[in-house]
Write a protein that binds this ligand. Structure first.
Ligand code: NAP
Length: 269
């Protein structure tokens, strides 16, 4: 029988982290060896509220270096905040631990730096701004449509605790559309914003609008307009469990990579 993949999760008390702990603990091929939580060092995860269902003792660390030295994990799943996630990813690479990063909000400079580091050390990394398979298909379908519709606006909608805007998925969608779309400044050539920001963020002439409201989870619609028609491609994550099949696939796949892959769509058939 193949050895279990030893996993560490950073951010286990978070909304995504809780789902990831559940998912990893249910996999026959994975073992949750520890978690990174700066508020509960030295405790066992089973003692914390909401985790008493775990059968095995899972130690809590705040120091990543100590955790990696003592537990020798294969994979770090990071579901924290942009600054912390970036630092965690770098530390993991220096310890030959393969990062699977769901945390969004990394800058393109940070992504370039991590790409170089992964290549230098020949270690797999997956950074996926959206782990939901349906969202990946939404991005792919949008990329296809962009060949025929050059006018596009993206509306991404998330809960009001989200730190980064636009969302990683919104930016990734625009980047994928860009590959198939002739650059074009949309709207009236003389249009003016009477209130700054009214037309949204601009990527290559495309517009991205970010909605933040309590009650939302993660939603996006991509609107393509042309003479007499509107095409809307929409995806909704109603529950964070929707992301977990993607996380599982990434943990399994990252074991066989030697470079950084950005986006779940690049590892799906
Ligand atoms: P969340 O509920 O705020 O969880 C973040 C967790 O990280 C919190 O428990 C926080 O603890 C913890 N944290 C912060 N700094 C830390 C540190 N230095 N060490 C360890 N833990 C630390 O956020 P979420 O909704 O779970 O989202 C987490 C990240 O995933 C965000 O970047 C979000 O945009 C992204 N996300 C990605 C996907 C995807 O499919 N890729 C889907 C949804 C969300 P405290 O609260 O105690 O500070």
């Amino acid at each position: 029988m193949a050895a279990k993949i030893k996993v560490v999760i950073a951010g286990p008390r978070g909304r995504m982290g809780r789902e990831a702990v559940k998912m990893v603990s249910e996999q026959d091929g994975m073992q949750l060896v520890s978690v990174i939580d700066y508020k509960n060092t030295g405790k066992s995860l089973n003692e914390l509220e909401g985790f008493t269902y775990l059968h095995d003792t899972v130690s809590v660390y705040s120091d990543l270096n100590q955790c990696f030295d003592e537990k020798s994990p294969d994979v770090l799943i990071d579901l924290t905040t942009p600054e912390t996630g970036y630092a965690h990813t770098k530390t993991a690479l220096m310890h030959n631990v393969r990062p699977v990063v769901g945390t969004t909000g990394f800058t393109s400079g940070q992504l370039d730096e991590l790409t170089d580091l992964a290549e230098e050390r020949n270690i797999g990394v997956i950074i996926a701004p959206n782990f939901a398979i349906g969202a990946v298909l939404m991005m792919k379908f949008s990329q296809m449509a962009a060949k025929y519709f050059e006018d596009v606006e993206i509306i991404e909608m998330h809960h009001d605790q989200k730190l980064d805007a636009p969302s990683g998925t919104g930016i990734k969608t625009a980047q994928m559309i860009k590959e198939n779309r002739e650059p074009k400044k949309q709207g009236h050539p003389s249009e003016e914003e009477t209130i700054p920001g009214a037309r949204g963020a601009d990527i290559d002439g495309m517009k991205i609008h970010s909605v933040r409201l309590p009650g939302l989870i993660a939603h996006q619609q991509v609107l393509f307009g042309s003479e007499g028609q509107l095409l809307t491609i929409r995806h909704d994550s109603h529950d964070r469990a929707s992301f977990m099949s993607g996380v599982r696939i990434c943990v399994e796949t990252v074991m066989n990579l030697g470079t950084l892959v950005y986006g779940l769509e690049n590892i799906l058939d």
